[in-house]
Design a protein around this ligand. Structure first.
Ligand code: SF4
Length: 213
């Protein structure tokens, strides 16, 4: 099985995931940051709260004091720190001319990546979520679920570095934004339903011999 057939098996089983959830790039951006180490169902009410207050765009929430923004983020894990991350990353995005559309930022992807990674609270996974799902750049998002599935299928070791795994996808697939978006979402779904810490291989679409292409 190569990375293309792995994708086909997942897509055939789960169908399109339509990621990233949310109605606008502003929601995607906030979601990428708030989802760090936090279940998605705890992030959704916070985004709804921000939507109600009409402060999804960075130029709006940046007008709030840190403590006031933190109060609104309560429920999304380490909310005080996340308020800081959201403010720093939001200010950076504005400095790049971001207006909520991918086309509004023209800086080269590698430069954006290098600069985002220098910001407090932005690690590789969050950075690449922003690049892929918010700015539409063809950068594969690697997470713990991806590492678990790939290592169990012999693509890498459990201790493989983030960039090493990312390179597997970049060199093994057609470089395509929509494919990368869907692929990451499918990996998450597979890990949640089947490839848990204790794997449920019997019904998993990635099990050798299950009814897939
Ligand atoms: S649950 Fe089993 S078959 Fe499915 S991805 Fe994990 S190790 Fe592979």
């Amino acid at each position: 099985m190569d990375l293309n057939s792995l994708y086909s098996k997942l897509y055939t089983h789960f169908g399109p995931r339509g990621w990233w959830p949310g109605d606008s790039s502003y929601e995607h951006f906030i979601g990428c940051i708030l989802a760090q180490n936090t279940r998605w169902d705890r992030v959704v009410p916070v985004i709804q709260r921000m939507k109600k207050k009409d402060i999804l765009a960075p130029e709006k929430y940046l007008q709030l004091e840190h403590d006031d923004l933190a109060e609104i983020l309560k429920g999304s894990g380490t909310y005080k720190r996340k308020a800081e991350y959201l403010r720093t990353a939001g200010a950076y995005m504005l400095s790049q001319g971001w207006n909520g559309t991918p086309g509004s930022v023209t800086t080269e992807t590698q430069i954006l990546r290098d600069e985002l990674l220098k910001l407090k609270g932005i690690g590789p996974e969050t950075c690449d979520c922003i690049l892929l799902y918010v700015l539409g750049r063809p950068v594969f998002v690697v997470d713990a679920y991806t590492i678990r599935i790939l290592s169990r299928h012999g693509f890498c070791t459990k201790k493989a570095e983030y960039e090493e795994i990312q390179e597997l996808f970049h060199s093994g697939l057609t470089i395509e934004v929509e494919l990368f978006k869907e692929y990451h979402a499918l990996m998450v779904e597979c890990a949640k339903q089947f490839c848990k810490p204790e794997p449920r291989c019997t019904d998993c679409p990635l099990r050798e011999g299950n009814n897939n292409p």
